[in-house]
Design a protein around this ligand. Sequence first.
Ligand SMILES: [Zn+2]
Length: 413
Amino acid sequence: MNPRRQGRNKSAPRRSKAAESIHRRIQGLVRSLLSRDGSEAISGLPESLDLHLQIPIHLHEDRIAHSRKFSEDLMKQVDALRTEGEIELHGHRSGHALCYWCQQTDCEHSLPENGHTVLTGWSPTGLPVWKNITNFLLAEAPELLDYLHGDTLKPFAVLVDESDLLAEVLPQYLEGTQFSHPLAALVVGGFPLQLPNYEIDHLSLTALVQETRTARGIPRYRWNFISTPPKPFHLASLLGQEDTSHLARWISALRALLVGLQEEIEARAREGKRMPMKECRQRVFQTLREAQSILGAYNRRKDRKTLHALERGEDPQRPTSAAISDVLASKRQDLFLDRRESTVIVRGPNSRVHVFTQNGIHVTSARYSPDSIANRIQRKRWVPMEDSDFLRFHTEIKNRVGDSGDQRSAEGS
Ligand SMILES: [Zn+2]
């Protein structure tokens, strides 16, 4: 007998070209899976991965379903290990918000619902709080509503700092967490997104700065970009270097800014002139403001809110002043449902367009060009209202006018 057949001869191990080729193929697959969302995560992984593979022994059947299952299992395992390595290394999982309630980065609470949802902070029990971008702006930065609901989309970024992000969370939910600390965020919106059917949508995202410390106590800052873009888009590709959109270019500037700061912090530490924690954080905020100013349209939560709300109310030239009277004078053919934003559109005289939530809260008013009005109707983004919806909306508005002195004064002007 050929001794090699026995397979017990350890001094001369049997080689199989097929097995080696399978190994190389798996290696290639792992490499492509690991670098899928940027190559950073690779350095957090162990030397090798233990995989659990099931090989069917129905040797005379070539069932494609078996191969598919094998492929799915393999990809799932590599993906899970990649996530584990990433969390180990960064203390966060890219594209997910940490849920302090579950102490997890991949529970059902960790992801925004859709491309209009942003992270605005955490609840008292540590659940991530997700909000529709319009509702966020209504509450925090109403002067930016025009950027989303005006005639044309304009990108913007609102700064939300630590004191707002984690302020509500009860201390027992934050204690002893092994995860990185969300220091600040830019709530970003108004970036146009062209859908495969040529409709234009817009994308919102949360750019979170996560803070960890190295073993030597040097702070380390990383971006975590969180968004759920509509299908078929994939966030990593939308933000990646292959994309030349305004969004991708801005994100690349954001990355460069933070990498620059990180290098400075580490260089100072190497020289023995460590940057104090307070200064590090101040520099992060400076970086965020720089990122906002590159965008050209920026804002800080709270600070300017009251001022702008006042300006909006006092400017008689703004179409806002006419919102309520235009609604009350409107006929059914003046009202539309905006299918993209789920808002109610009221067309007034002189190209005035008023935007309301469906329960009658005034979002914004602007003058739209006749072309863009015609375009929205033609493309069926604005669809006519049913009689019943029209009556219900009118009733909502009348009730609100009855309740609120604010809106009554708007009606009179
Ligand atoms: Zn959770």
